[in-house]
Design a protein around this ligand. Structure first.
Ligand SMILES: Cc1ncc(COP(=O)(O)O)c(C=O)c1O
Length: 377
């Protein structure tokens, strides 16, 4: 049988008109930003990862699990779920494991929100929020951070309307590092109607000392879901492991919508061992907190109003000079993350990296004298 031929231009036009169309809104979603120069620099300070590789015991668990990769993993990250639930004092039914907290956030938003619904979150915050709400088909309501770069919880509560199905609170907030206190969170939860899901994203909670525990709030608020990750303090960003704690009312519905086998064997085995290494994690966190204190103090000495950070990163409110500062850092072989018109986020990556960032700041005349963007301590 002969195949009819046509000109390439004709074929392309025909392909575009017949190509499968995604759901409305998908084509307009923003993409995730890529770190500039991450593969070529000496110090990576752009993605809020840990600079500390996994411990020998975690590496051994990774190798052992890899050797059994011909077998499927547990159906729902069962061993990890049970050790997490035991330590948090929750029933195993209240914990879900996922391929990073991002996967669990997507599960939450696609299970509880959709077309016609609204998702509220503070802005600027984590760049995944508008994307994942958009993937679920929901509209977003972005409530500006206050003048201290903190969540404006009063304004967020006031923004809740008939279409609101979920509110995301990010504490410590990426990228500003600012935190919501336990008392503020409790007060906020009292203001949110019980049919609205509150997602508390605590990706950086381990760096926020003294530690607080939002999980204790679950007993009083069945509409709360707490998201945490092994990517930051536990140093397993490359394996993808996170968890969620919520009431069984919520987790039962999430299990219906979740994919089976959410964690690879390797990720689960590594996370179980990392979870048991409390002393090592505390040492890593202490080192990062000490470096955070140093860099924050040095920047403030230069007149930059750096907000107090509860994360493994520091926010430099460089305003319109964010890209310039990013380029100056790259020139000194350190990759940082610039947010146009707002500022630059610097992941703590050791003293040499901090020194390079400070040299970049010093090389930009006037940066320290500008009127700072929101972020005054
Ligand atoms: C606030 C916040 N939430 C969630 C995540 C995603 O973490 P995970 O690696 O667990 O998907 C990040 C990663 O940078 C983050 O900054």
């Amino acid at each position: 049988m002969s195949v009819p031929t046509s000109s390439p231009r004709h074929a392309l036009a025909q392909e575009a008109s017949t190509a499968p169309a995604p759901r409305p809104g998908i084509a307009a979603l923003p993409g995730y930003s890529r770190s500039a120069g991450k593969s070529t620099v000496r110090w990576i300070a752009s993605s809020n990862e840990s600079a500390v590789p996994p411990s020998p015991a975690v590496q051994a668990a990774i190798a052992a699990a890899g050797a059994a990769a011909n077998r499927y993993p547990s159906l729902a990250g069962d061993e990890l779920v049970s050790v997490i639930a035991a330590r948090l004092g929750l029933g195993p039914g209240q914990v879900l494991a996922g391929a990073g907290s991002l996967a669990l956030l997507q599960l939450l938003l696609s299970t509880y929100t959709g077309p016609g619904d609204e998702v509220i979150y503070a802005w600027r915050s984590y760049e995944a929020y508008p994307i994942l709400a958009g993937v679920a088909g929901a509209a977003v309501v972005e409530v500006p951070l206050d003048a201290s770069a903190r969540h404006d919880l009063d304004a967020m509560a006031a923004a809740i309307g008939p279409a609101t199905r979920a509110v995301i609170v990010c504490s410590p907030n990426n990228p500003t590092g600012t935190t919501v206190t336990d008392a503020e969170m409790l007060q906020f939860l009292h203001r949110v109607p019980p049919h609205v899901l509150v997602i508390l994203d605590e990706a950086y909670r381990e760096f926020c000392l003294p530690e607080h525990d939002a999980v204790t709030l679950l007993a009083g608020f069945p509409n709360l879901a707490v998201l945490r990750t092994f990517s930051k303090a536990y140093g397993l960003a490359g394996l993808r492991a996170g968890y969620l704690a919520a009431s069984e009312v919520v987790t039962t519905m999430l299990r219906r919508a979740a994919l089976p086998f959410p964690l690879s064997r390797v990720a689960e085995a590594a996370a179980v061992v990392a979870w048991s290494e409390s002393e090592g994690t505390a040492r890593t966190v202490a080192g990062i907190v000490a470096e955070r204190d140093y860099l924050t103090a040095q920047l403030r000495r230069r007149g930059i109003l750096v907000p107090s950070s509860g994360g493994n990163f520091v926010w430099i409110p460089a305003g319109t000079r964010a890209r310039e500062l990013e380029a100056a850092c790259l020139q000194r072989s350190v990759s940082v993350r610039a947010f146009d018109g707002d500022g630059v986020r610097v992941t703590l990556a050791g003293r040499a990296a901090s020194t390079a960032v400070l040299a970049a700041v010093d090389a930009l005349p006037g940066l320290t004298r500008q009127t700072p963007a929101p972020g005054a301590p």
